[in-house]
Design a protein around this ligand. Structure first.
Ligand code: GLY
Ligand code: MN
Length: 462
């Protein structure tokens, strides 16, 4: 964790922004995978990490803004904990790591909150995303589980986002580290890809690299020859000559800051001419979008700009026709690019998505669209210095979607449906990089990772 001053300062800022009441933070618990004691790998809640840095299960925190007190809630280690897990720090020692001197036992959590409720204090909490947290809050606050999420404190949500959205220098350094580990994963992904090995074989090596670097994967590895499926996970299928692999993977550091990169490359080192043409359309769109990144521009407009480049390339390929801007405003490009250009990144790979996409990625002046394509754009708001985000355009040929649109004759003034048969088995291509928005523009995070056709073809395989 960072030094405890960092967390104290963050909490002081939060207290000021929230103004009054009681702020609750629930850390995450262990969750049984197939029985209670065989748990999923533990991942702490990211807001709990941001304000307290304590990376252990079974903790919670109460900040009483009116009395200016902070309490860490948890349990002292029992002799059984020590027998099974070794020497454990006391709760007081854990709290001291984040600069808090007051602790209370887990079974007093409800009583402490109820006491505040009966004295009329407002209780602020973030929307929980795990069922155990929903049940716990529902029972303490005496509200039906179904209402727990919607009654989360908007004031707290906005105050947390107003801090977490702007990455400090020490956070950027940590994200940089995550991206560099992710770079190593991608180089390995390309080098280990060859005929007659399975997708899972390569994906396992990549995942191992994230763990070896001291952290973990930031999200389940996407490594697939069916890149048209946006979040496809590796299978036991064997790689074959001529196939195109889409690999979207990233590491999180030991402190849980994420990297999130995508590269697309041929199984057998050389792109076919069609693969190269499609790949280079995506590359051009990515490069154009990156150049546009700077404070003051809406990411929604960067997204549209990237879509125009994709349409332009697809016109040259003979798949689209008509006016480029009209095609994008009608949504014709969504036959090939069904998602958004990027998202915020930080302690979560989709940073703060649990707090609500409208609050995180949009603003009062930029409302999230419900239209196909734009509904999957997680970031639309005006960019500001300190934001960290991904840029990840792609082209995806989804046979079912092509058939559906073709049968409807949808947007046929922009799409050459008769030319699409040759692309039914193409798969998909995506390129993704991570950027910091700076006062003067943007900065690539991590060292540059190969992305030109010649550099990818030139990387020797194992
Ligand atoms: N890397 C996965 C995603 O951005 O959705
Ligand atoms: Mn991403």
């Amino acid at each position: 964790m960072f030094s405890f001053d960092v967390y104290k300062e963050r909490r002081n800022k939060l207290k000021k922004a929230v103004g009054s009441g009681l702020i609750l933070f629930l850390g995450n618990e262990e969750i049984g995978m197939n029985y209670r004691d065989n748990t999923y790998h533990f991942r702490q809640d990211s807001s709990f990490l941001y304000f307290f840095g304590l990376d252990k299960p079974g903790l919670a925190a109460i900040i009483n803004v009116d009395e200016d007190t902070e309490i860490i809630i948890g349990n002292e280690p029992t002799i059984d904990d020590i027998v099974w897990m070794g020497t454990q720090p006391s709760l007081t020692d854990i709290a001291a790591q984040t600069g808090i001197s007051k602790v209370a036992a887990s079974d007093s959590f409800g009583t402490l909150i109820k006491k505040s409720m009966s004295s009329g204090q407002t209780i602020h909490y973030l929307p929980p995303y795990r069922s155990d947290a929903i049940i716990k809050l529902g029972s303490i606050l005496e509200i039906p589980n179904i209402e727990v999420k919607e009654r989360a404190s908007v004031k707290l949500i906005k105050a947390v986002i107003a801090q977490r959205a702007y990455k400090s220098a020490i956070e950027v350094a940590e994200i940089d580290r995550a991206v560099n580990i992710s770079n190593e994963m991608h180089l390995a992904a390309i080098r280990y890809s060859k005929e007659n090995v399975t997708e899972k074989y390569v994906a396992g090596i990549i995942e191992g690299l994230a763990l070896s670097a001291g952290g973990n994967i930031a999200y389940p590895v996407i490594y697939t020859v069916n890149g048209q499926t946006l979040h496809n996970h590796p299978t036991s299928d064997i790689l074959k000559k001529g196939q195109l692999v889409l690999c979207d993977c990233g590491a999180e550091t030991a402190m849980h800051y994420a990297g999130d990169l995508t590269r697309t490359f041929p199984v057998d080192q050389k792109f076919t001419s069609l693969q190269k043409e499609v790949y280079e359309i995506v590359l051009k769109a990515e490069q154009a979008a990156v150049v546009a990144l700077k404070p003051g521009i809406r990411f929604l407009d960067v997204h549209k700009f990237a879509c125009e480049h994709l349409v332009d390339g697809l016109k040259q390929l003979g798949l689209m026709k008509g006016d480029v801007k009209d095609a994008v405003s009608e949504g014709a490009h969504t036959l090939f690019f069904q998602c958004g250009l990027g998202h915020m990144m930080g302690l979560d790979v989709h940073d703060m998505e649990d707090l609500g996409e409208q609050y995180v990625g949009y603003s009062e002046g930029v409302i999230k669209s419900k239209d196909f394509g734009l509904k999957s754009l997680r970031l639309g708001r005006e960019l500001e210095a300190g934001f960290v985000l991904t840029v990840e355009p792609g082209l995806y040929f989804i046979p079912e979607l092509i058939d559906m649109w073709k049968a409807e004759g949808k947007l046929k003034d922009f799409i050459n449906y008769d030319k699409l048969d040759a692309f039914r088995d193409f798969g998909g291509a995506r390129i993704e990089e991570n950027f910091l928005i700076t006062e003067s523009g943007h900065q690539l995070l991590g060292e540059p990772l190969i992305k030109s056709v010649s550099d990818i073809e030139g990387l020797s395989r194992l």
